[in-house]
Design a protein around this ligand. Structure first.
Ligand code: AMP
Ligand code: MN
Ligand code: MN
Ligand code: MN
Length: 278
């Protein structure tokens, strides 16, 4: 039996496992098809390519992916690219572009947090990120380390989450541009975790319509830690816009007990799976 997980992270962005640890865990969980989709980097795939062409390839199929930050109506929206050519000009360009934006964004957030009495955020977050693609989780970890907040969750609720001072999403490229890059890289553009965006029904439908017009082909119908009923609602949207359906846990860290690698609600029967496009 095939078991897919098409949305996962490693240490190359804000996950906690190395690429080989992630693959070992996936094999352990019975995952047969794993997409590694780090935020704005394909370093995990570059590392795999350097290991004599792969790691345990006889035991698992690795799908090349990425999760790209975009903006739509001033909101940060994540687009997963699946089955991309990591050597394409489009991917090389988008990674370089987003890496610059992420460094710039840390400095912008740091400046805002300095005014709130939290110094040295840039240096601290960069130290914790090391070689990883830097993001808000590294800022959150630094704030915990320095006793500025009591937990990563609190850093997000008070300072970094949607609508808070450190939520700087206006820097990202437009959703339309991001979908174009993914398509140029030969990939399938997937709207990530649609139910996580706090928006009205009407706005949600406009997002779906714009994503479809831009060339988006699939949405995540089943995500990790998703409440009951969402998959069915997303299946209806697939039907309406002719989207294929993707499934993925959005796994980051084995200590986050609410998300298990390879686990998500059952895909509704009416859905056409995204892997039919690979
Ligand atoms: P960034 O990529 O820098 O915009 O940061 C977004 C990432 O932060 C997400 O992919 C999650 O991994 C993490 N994140 C978002 N919200 C929270 C939260 N409330 N608590 C912990 N981590 C979060
Ligand atoms: Mn993340
Ligand atoms: Mn995401
Ligand atoms: Mn993710």
């Amino acid at each position: 039996m095939n078991r897919y997980d098409l949305h996962t992270h490693t240490k190359c962005s804000d996950g906690s496992l190395s690429v080989t640890q992630l693959i070992d865990l996936a094999i352990d969980r019975g995952v047969t098809h794993l997409a590694i989709t780090d935020h704005d980097t394909v370093n995990a795939h570059i590392q795999l390519a350097q290991m004599n062409g792969g790691y345990k390839e006889d035991q698992i199929n690795i799908i090349k992916g990425i999760e790209i930050s975009s903006q739509w109506n001033n909101m940060g929206i994540h687009i997963v690219g699946l089955n991309i050519d990591i050597d394409s000009v489009a991917i090389k360009n988008v990674v370089a572009h987003q890496t610059q934006l992420r460094l710039q964004r840390v400095k912008t957030i740091a400046k805002k947090l300095t005014h709130r009495g939290f110094p040295d955020i840039t240096e601290g977050a960069m130290r914790l990120a090391g070689d990883s693609q830097i993001g808000r989780p590294h800022i959150a970890q630094y704030m915990v380390e320095q006793g500025m907040v009591s937990s990563v969750a609190q850093a997000f609720t008070k300072y970094l989450g949607t609508g808070k001072v450190g939520d700087v999403s206006s820097i990202w490229p437009d959703l339309e541009q991001v979908v174009k890059w993914i398509n140029e890289a030969g990939g399938v553009a997937v709207l990530a975790h649609p139910s996580r965006y706090k928006m009205t029904r009407t706005k949600g439908r406009r997002l779906m319509a714009d994503f479809c017009d831009a060339g988006g082909q699939a949405i995540e119908v089943c995500a990790g830690n998703q409440v009951p009923g969402v998959a069915e609602a997303m299946a209806t949207i697939c039907n309406e816009f002719n989207f294929h359906a993707s499934v993925g846990s959005d796994f980051h860290n084995p200590d986050y007990k609410w998300v298990r690698l390879g686990q998500y609600p059952k895909l509704p029967k009416t859905c056409i799976p995204v892997w039919e496009l690979f």
